[in-house]
Design a protein around this ligand. Structure first.
Ligand code: NDP
Ligand code: 2IT
Length: 446
């Protein structure tokens, strides 16, 4: 049996109750075959065994009391996966579906993603099964304070630097940072995604969505094509989706769908700046449902409980959550003429869906590369915090665009080097792997 298959068998035995983690490890390791064959040192130094076992997994109880005086207990998580190339770095997710398998897959993916950003960051991820939906600001604040009371001891600007993810935005980051400061008396770069008024980086809110679109632009440009006039579907309507739509509009694409967990809005005329401003106000201030878009704008249709993938398009941008595109959805997208799919979300495609897109030669930008602009800009926030400076919007925007171009170049060159120019999964995984694996070998087995 090959080294990869042997390792996978061990991981499957050890982690058989963790489907998302197994999905991500299986896809990643299998795409490393040529580099593992080429360099026996990876086996000699047991790199795959070490790379599939997190440095540590932290779980803790978070107790809090709601406004009616009802007591609640949630679970907090942090998986510090790998710090071979820098401090652990990755977001916190607050969503009722969160469990250890999901945090493990996210932190494993993050390790490779961060290695592609050109910045020195290791991989981590965390969060809670707490559901902020329907909670008042004060309830969210109490939860965040209780979470941080335990969490503060595990993090630090040179140790582990959390940020946002699903359900954790500007509001939650503020409450988390406030409590960290209270406990430690330190004002430092321990968390990113802060408001630009108190240590955050300009452009961080935009970074993931803009970066995803820049990556798509690079992919198309390589094929002498552009986003101009392309009909696009975007799933989700949170941070990543909003700024994906914004950049697509700026580049002349026509976005006809957005969604949330209640369904999809289909707007044949296209979502313009004004309609997007409505979505941003609805989601960020009023915390409403996307169905309200169809009430507000005549001609838009609300498809209850439906995802956007049956709507004909040229390009698709999944920006909601993992496994939101199954094999059948991918088939429908291909049949309807979709030519490019770029991932704003982490692992939004089931394994069979990825294979189908690669087989059908759809331009496919895997999240590890395509959505790395968010964490890269978090890296720029860390750099600014360490310098006690704030860079201008133009400076950060320029760096973000350059980073996305570099990531695309690295991924596409690596894919070419290994004889599969179309396969950005292989390109991203090998490029990220080599950087982390070689650092691990240099530093000895620890
Ligand atoms: P938000 O919380 O801002 O938005 C999430 C969106 O996805 C909402 O519209 C939400 O709908 C929808 N969604 C979440 N879970 C589900 C689900 N189980 N089924 C259907 N819809 C769902 O999160 P972000 O925009 O920050 O994150 C979106 C994705 O991007 C995630 O996969 C995240 O890991 C990834 N990502 C985020 C980065 C960042 O910088 N924020 C960086 C890189 C990747 P509803 O409100 O109804 O729940
Ligand atoms: O998945 C991701 O890359 C994020 N949620 C952003 C992480 C970060 O540290 O900015």
């Amino acid at each position: 049996m090959s080294y990869i298959e042997e390792t996978l068998q061990e991981v499957h035995e050890k982690c058989n109750a963790e489907p998302e983690f197994l999905q991500s490890v299986t896809e990643t390791l299998r795409s490393l075959q040529p580099v593992i064959d080429e360099h026996p040192k990876y086996r000699r130094y047991a790199v795959l065994e070490r790379l599939t076992e997190p440095d540590r997994m932290i779980m803790f109880r978070v107790g809090w009391v709601d406004e009616k005086g009802v007591y609640h207990v949630n679970r907090g998580y942090r998986v510090q996966f790998n710090n071979a190339i820098g401090p652990y770095k990755g977001g916190l997710r607050f969503h009722p579906s969160l469990n250890l398998a999901i945090v493990k897959f996210l932190s494993f993916e993050q390790t490779f993603k961060n290695a592609l950003t050109t910045l020195p960051m290791g991989g981590g991820k965390g969060g809670s099964d707490f559901d902020p939906k329907g909670r008042t600001d004060e309830e969210v604040m109490r939860f965040c304070q209780s979470f941080m009371t335990e969490f503060a001891r595990y993090i630090g600007p040179d140790m582990d630097v959390p940020a946002g993810d699903i359900g954790v935005g500007k509001r939650e980051i503020g409450y988390l940072f406030g409590q960290y400061k209270k406990i430690t008396s330190q004002f430092n770069g321990v968390i990113t995604g802060k408001d630009s008024n108190w240590g955050g980086s300009l452009m961080r809110p935009e970074a993931t969505g803009y970066g995803t679109v820049y990556f798509a632009e690079e992919m198309l440009e390589k094929h002498k094509d552009s986003l101009e006039g392309k009909v696009c579907l975007v799933s989700g309507s949170g941070n990543v989706a909003q700024f994906t739509v914004k950049k697509l509009i700026q580049l002349g694409a026509k976005v006809v769908a957005m969604s949330d967990s209640g369904g999809t809005v289909y707007d044949k005329e296209g979502i313009n700046e004004e309609k997007l401003a409505f979505v941003m106000d609805l989601k960020n201030k009023r915390r409403g449902r996307i169905s309200e878009y169809a009430d507000k704008f005549a001609g838009a249709e609300f498809l209850e409980d439906k995802s956007p993938w049956a709507i004909p398009c040229d390009c698709a941008f999944p920006c909601a959550t993992q496994n939101e595109i199954e094999l059948e959805d991918a088939k429908t997208l291909v049949e309807n003429g979709c030519r490019l799919l770029c991932e704003g979300a982490n692992m939004p495609l089931a394994a069979e869906a990825v294979n189908l897109l690669l087989e059908k030669k759809v331009l496919y930008g895997p999240g590890k590369a395509a959505n790395a602009g968010g964490v890269a800009t978090s890296g720029l926030e860390m750099a600014q915090n360490a310098q006690h400076l704030s860079w201008t919007r133009e400076e950060v925007a320029h760096r973000l665009h350059d980073i996305m171009k570099s990531i695309h170049e690295l991924v596409s060159e690596t894919a070419e080097q290994y004889g599969r120019p179309h396969d950005y999964v292989m390109g991203a995984n090998i490029a990220g792997f080599v950087k982390v694996a070689d650092a691990m070998i240099d530093q000895g087995i620890v």
